[in-house]
Design a protein around this ligand. Structure first.
Ligand SMILES: Nc1ncnc2c1ncn2[C@@H]1O[C@H](COP(=O)(O)OP(=O)(O)OP(=O)(O)O)[C@@H](O)[C@H]1O
Ligand SMILES: [Mg+2]
Length: 261
């Protein structure tokens, strides 16, 4: 109740559907104006590219993701979408163009259908079902007695982490935004669920600019660009082959995971 509502700049513009180029120029950010969480970050993602962020816990990956929809005001630098500073874009029009699959997923105490509809409120039943199918969750929903009308949350079914994640993927299919942000869950999923989710995500990325935070490096081997983020800085960047050749932190993390598998 005490938090000030967000206010757009007076001259902020409405953007329609954007192309999806993202650029960070010398971005510095701190949550509390004391401890620097992002330290002079530069990055550039072209329309349709997949850009991956990897690195140790607490490094600043989720924070980078949250700056793109303008959730927080940066202390220094600029963030551009299609060469427009995001501070000059109305937040609701910016956010209409961005889909996020988060680490922790928020679901409403409402029906499964309503939870998917949150992606785009005016969608038809057919579109909701189509989105659920593409997210690999339709078959599970059909096993429930009340199907899409099943209540979830306190008064209804409890969904597993993997099921929640697929519901949130269905939302983004329905929303169909040009920019996609995937902040991969750290919690371990069983193999079958993981495959179902990975298939749905691979499909979801197609034709969009995608910023993905990955903990399992095998999932981002094909990314156009990979940045290693540690202590608020990008310490290495390149594609998988370039980073392996460099033999730095990425290469050692990759070899470690490869051995575990
Ligand atoms: N809402 C917040 N308020 C204050 N500090 C925060 C907040 N969110 C994150 N931080 C701090 O910012 C730093 C970066 O956190 P961030 O969540 O971006 O890391 P991450 O790279 O996503 O880590 P993980 O791999 O564990 O998800 C951490 O030191 C964290 O404690
Ligand atoms: Mg994170």
């Amino acid at each position: 109740m005490n938090v000030e509502p967000e206010r757009d700049a007076i001259d902020a513009i409405d953007i329609d559907r954007i192309e999806g180029n993202i650029e960070f120029k010398d971005v510095t950010y701190s949550y509390d104006h004391e401890q620097c969480v992002l330290d002079h970050i530069d990055l550039s993602i072209k329309q349709g590219q997949t850009f991956a962020l990897v690195g140790p816990s607490g490094g600043g990956k989720t924070t980078i993701c949250h700056l793109i929809p303008n959730f927080y005001e940066i202390n220094q630098g600029q963030i551009f979408i299609d060469e427009i500073d995001i501070r000059h874009i109305k937040r609701d029009s910016l956010r209409r163009n961005i889909g996020i699959v988060q680490q922790d997923i928020y679901l409403f105490n409402a029906s499964i259908k309503e939870n998917i509809l949150y992606g785009r409120l005016d969608a038809s039943d057919e579109e909701v079902i189509e989105a659920a199918k593409r997210a690999n969750i339709h078959d599970y929903i059909m096993t429930l007695e009340h199907g899409y009308d099943t209540q979830i949350g306190e008064r209804g079914v409890r969904l597993s982490g993997g099921q929640k994640q697929r519901l949130s993927i269905a939302r983004v299919f329905l929303k169909n935004p040009p920019i996609l942000i995937l902040d991969e869950a750290t919690s371990a999923l069983d193999n079958t669920t993981e495959i179902l989710i990975q298939q749905a995500l691979d499909e979801l990325c197609k034709g969009r600019t995608t910023l993905v935070v990955a903990h399992r490096l095998s999932t981002i081997k094909n990314a156009d660009e990979i940045a290693v983020v540690s202590q608020g800085r990008i310490i290495e960047q390149g594609n998988h082959i370039q980073l392996m050749a460099k033999d730095g932190l990425y290469a050692s993390l990759y070899r470690l995971q490869f051995r575990e598998n």
